[in-house]
Write a protein that binds this ligand. Structure first.
Ligand code: SAM
Length: 339
């Protein structure tokens, strides 16, 4: 196991397989046009599997496929099957917006994927139109049903935005309960791409608690063995569990063991990091596994990132990047880094 300067292990890797997305969520991709990664820079499945193998040899045991929208990548189950061959991966998960999940759920299960997280910000189709510029709400629900039908444990990610969907907390808890899923409420983050972010739109963990305890009664924390998990889990009096990711108002960078590999092989040590490390160039120029392992291991050993905590210290917080900064380097976008 290798650790960074704060003794945090390299344990969890998010792999973005594409920067493309078929939604335009206002908190992530609000613009009309984007600068995309060049096609020839996108890693093949073989290249991804090789890099993941180096990461797992250094201690990574949790891998999450994400994007962009990962199911836009042709034949994603084939990548899941390749990664399933890697015995060091003990948790292989997928984050998706669900639009294309119904048709792939069975194949992903057969490939050995372990679990699925579906983004679901609203239960109201007309709200999805306003929030994500899509009229395909029914496809998301079909995707969730197909994932459960295929036997996946399912989590639902909801970014809570004041005045947009903060009146749906109870409805989402009830939906998750009836669909044997677990909802995770995510505080709106000022990440790259969230150009419409402002502090007053953030619904904090404390406020979410107030609403839910007002409706259900006492909420108890669920003790966790995994202190690095991004969500804190809670239990309602009837046993229903849910999570809250409070990266905006109460980040806990000291336990963060996550890093992110973009679809073009750039490795980010923190969601808020200014720059990433180019792994594609050495990979394609013939670097040995040992050389790549040295590069990754020594880079992690120097890691001091604690981006979300640093953002908390900013007095007058505004979006991390303005549009011209994002256009100058698409790696700054959340949809490129992988959520
Ligand atoms: N397309 C997939 C999806 O929709 O789940 C995967 C990529 S998406 C970037 C991954 C996660 O990032 C989503 O669950 C989304 O809710 C979250 N996300 C994106 N922008 C965010 C923001 N500004 N604040 C909080 N969460 C955000």
């Amino acid at each position: 196991m290798i650790v960074d300067r704060f003794e945090r292990p390299l344990a969890s890797l998010r792999v973005s397989v594409t920067d493309r997305c078929n939604l335009r969520c206002r908190y992530c991709m609000p613009e009309q046009e984007y600068v995309w990664l060049p096609k020839q820079s996108i890693l093949t499945f073989e290249e991804i599997a090789r890099l993941v193998g180096i990461f797992t040899s250094l201690g990574v045991g949790k891998v999450r496929l994400t994007g962009g929208e990962p199911l836009l990548r042709h034949d994603l189950p084939a990548l899941a099957a390749m990664l399933t061959q890697n015995r060091d991966i003990r948790d292989l998960a997928l984050t998706t917006n669900g639009l294309l999940l119904a048709r792939s759920a069975q194949a992903l299960k057969q490939a050995g994927l372990g679990r699925v997280t579906v983004s679901l910000d609203t239960l109201r189709p007309e709200r999805m139109q306003a929030l994500a510029r899509s009229d395909r709400h029914a496809d998301v629900l079909a995707g969730i049903a197909a994932a459960r039908g295929a036997g996946f444990p399912v989590k639902l990610n909801t970014v809570v935005i004041r005045g947009v969907n903060d009146d749906e907390l109870v409805d989402l808890i009830e939906f998750a309960r009836t669909h044997q899923a677990e909802v995770r409420f995510i505080e709106y983050m000022d990440v790259g791409g969230a150009t419409g972010w402002s502090a007053d739109q953030v619904v904090s963990q404390r406020e979410i608690h107030e609403v839910l305890s007002g409706r259900y009664g006492t909420i108890a924390p669920v003790p966790s063995q995994d202190l690095s998990a991004p969500a804190e889990r809670f239990r309602l009096p009837d046993g229903t569990t849910f999570g809250i990711v409070s990266s905006t108002t109460a980040p806990f960078c000291r336990a963060c063991d996550r890093s992110r590999l973009t679809a073009d092989g750039t490795w980010f040590l923190c969601l808020y990091a200014e720059r990433g490390i180019d792994l594609r160039e050495p990979l394609r120029n013939g670097a040995s596994d040992a050389a790549l392992s040295d590069l990754i291991g020594s880079t992690w050993g120097r890691r001091t990132d604690r981006g979300a905590e640093e953002r908390l210290g900013v007095k007058h917080r505004s979006p991390l990047y303005q549009l011209d900064g994002l256009r100058a380097d698409p790696h700054r976008e959340m949809h490129t880094r992988g959520g």
